[in-house]
Design a binder for this molecule. Structure first.
Ligand SMILES: [Ca+2]
Ligand SMILES: [Ca+2]
Length: 459
């Protein structure tokens, strides 16, 4: 009897030791992998500009549009493949051409000096769509308003440039890097005072004393035939070296710098880098630090289709605002009208969707909500969450994304999820994603639109 008891104790102790080793191993793995992923992928030589030595920005005014995702309807608007494309996307593709035309009309009425476009000009990099975008931008240039573009992940060497025929698709001509620079020669590339020899990055001077550093953050060289293009973005070492040279020259010549790029530099909600890392530059924290170390305070980005401004404050070593502009083809179709005066930045945001009337605006918002809802619902069903609970959670998630896309999130309008209505399994799955809903509803400082802040110090 005593022998059996001793044997049981021994087995129990072995099991406990094995469990402890497994838990400790898992914790150690998490700590080490977390530490490794927080290290820079590339090498950076930081500048020495401090808050006290930052130059003032010259007075100017400009408009910003992003993610126009232009789609010429001659490429087809019917058939099973097109319907599938619409159902899985947030974009108003059929209206995208008219939306850009209206945006250009609106800019022509304003008194801005230049326009920035932060990537994803076309649906999927089709040559015809690029040419149509260029036609619209030419209207601005003809009226004396300069335009500066930078490509997004959809725009160059995209293997999915297609037109819709019957229920299927047929490939159409896309554009290479060289062709992109040719088509947009009147919109940045021809006006560049410096070009990165390796990529579509360039520098222009849209206002005396103001350098625009347009960065090509995309990774087209990794695109594979017949598969979706690479969404992630990064600056490789040769681009970082080039950028450091540009920033050093700007500091030496006393030029203030604004950055234009597709991918984010500062997280736009707490948890974005965990749920959607491909929307931020791979080394975003280090690139942000590099820019602030040279006194850059404004970066205009896109990609996520949200109207949001967030701030990285590095204390004495400077600060940078990441001003993400929403998609012109995703409700509410935001565009920014910006002014810099006495080293203060002011944004006035307009929602182009409002120009279509209340009914269309409501249905466009419902369309965006439905596409997010469907994606969330299918993800939850993949985890075997019940239909009823998937519907409830997906609805909550889509409301959170809609609020984030609009910007200036008003948490008082949030309907909290009642967890007592969920099954035990649904509660567990929800607990894995609740950080996203919490994060999306919290607007990180400063406000996202209709806001003024100082470029001399953090207010
Ligand atoms: Ca914000
Ligand atoms: Ca926000």
């Amino acid at each position: 009897m005593e022998k059996v008891k001793t044997k049981r104790h021994l087995v129990r102790n072995i099991v406990l030791i094995v469990l402890a080793v497994l838990v400790l191993g898992f914790v150690a793995y998490k700590l080490i992998s977390g530490y490794v992923s927080s290290l820079p992928k590339y090498t950076y030589s930081y500048g020495t500009v401090t808050q006290d030595s930052m130059v003032s920005y010259p007075d100017t005014s400009f408009a910003v549009i992003s993610d126009t995702h232009y789609y010429d309807t001659s490429l087809g608007t019917t058939g099973a493949a097109f319907e599938e494309c619409l159902a899985s996307d947030r974009k108003l593709l059929k209206e995208s051409a008219e939306l850009l035309e209206r945006a250009v009309d609106r800019i022509l009425e304003s008194d801005v000096k230049f326009v920035l476009s932060s990537g994803d000009l076309t649906k999927d990099g089709e040559r015809i769509n690029h040419e149509k975008v260029a036609e619209q931008f030419q209207r601005l240039v003809d009226a004396g308003i300069k335009v500066y573009v930078v490509p997004g992940n959809h725009d160059v060497d995209n293997p999915l440039a297609v037109r819709y025929v019957g229920d299927g698709t047929e490939p159409v001509e896309n554009v290479s890097e060289e062709e992109f620079a040719e088509i947009y020669s009147n919109f940045g590339y021809g006006d560049a005072i410096m070009r990165d020899p390796e990529t579509l990055s360039y520098v222009a001077e849209p206002e005396d004393g103001l350098w625009l550093v347009a960065l090509d953050t995309n990774e087209y060289e990794k695109n594979q035939p017949d598969t979706e293009e690479v969404w992630a973005g990064e600056l490789v070492q040769s681009q970082i070296d080039w950028l450091e040279g540009v920033l050093a020259q700007a500091a030496e010549k006393g030029k203030a710098v604004i950055v234009l790029e597709h991918h984010g530099i500062v997280e736009h909600w707490e948890g974005q880098s965990k749920l959607h890392p491909d929307y931020l530059l791979s080394d975003y924290k280090y690139v942000g630090k590099l820019l602030t170390s040279y006194g850059v305070r404004l970066a205009f980005t896109g990609h996520y289709h949200a109207q949001d401004i967030s701030l990285e404050d590095n204390g004495d070593e400077g600060f940078i605002y990441d001003l993400e502009t929403g998609s012109l083809s995703t409700a509410p179709c935001s565009m920014r009208f910006c002014t810099i005066s006495d080293n203060n930045f002011t944004d006035k945001t307009e929602h182009l969707i409002d120009s279509y009337g209340a009914d269309f605006a409501a249905s466009a918002r419902a369309f965006v909500k439905k596409t997010i809802y469907t994606e969330a619902y299918n993800t939850l069903k993949g985890y075997r969450v019940s239909d009823k609970d998937s519907d409830y959670i997906a609805d909550t998630i889509s409301e959170a994304f809609l609020a984030h896309y609009d910007g200036n999130e008003d948490a008082s309008t949030r309907v909290e999820i009642d967890k007592s209505k969920l099954s035990l399994w649904s509660k567990f799955i929800y607990s894995q994603y609740s950080y996203a809903i919490e994060g999306l509803w919290v607007d990180l400082e400063p406000a996202d639109s209709n806001v003024t802040f100082s470029l001399g110090s953090v207010s």
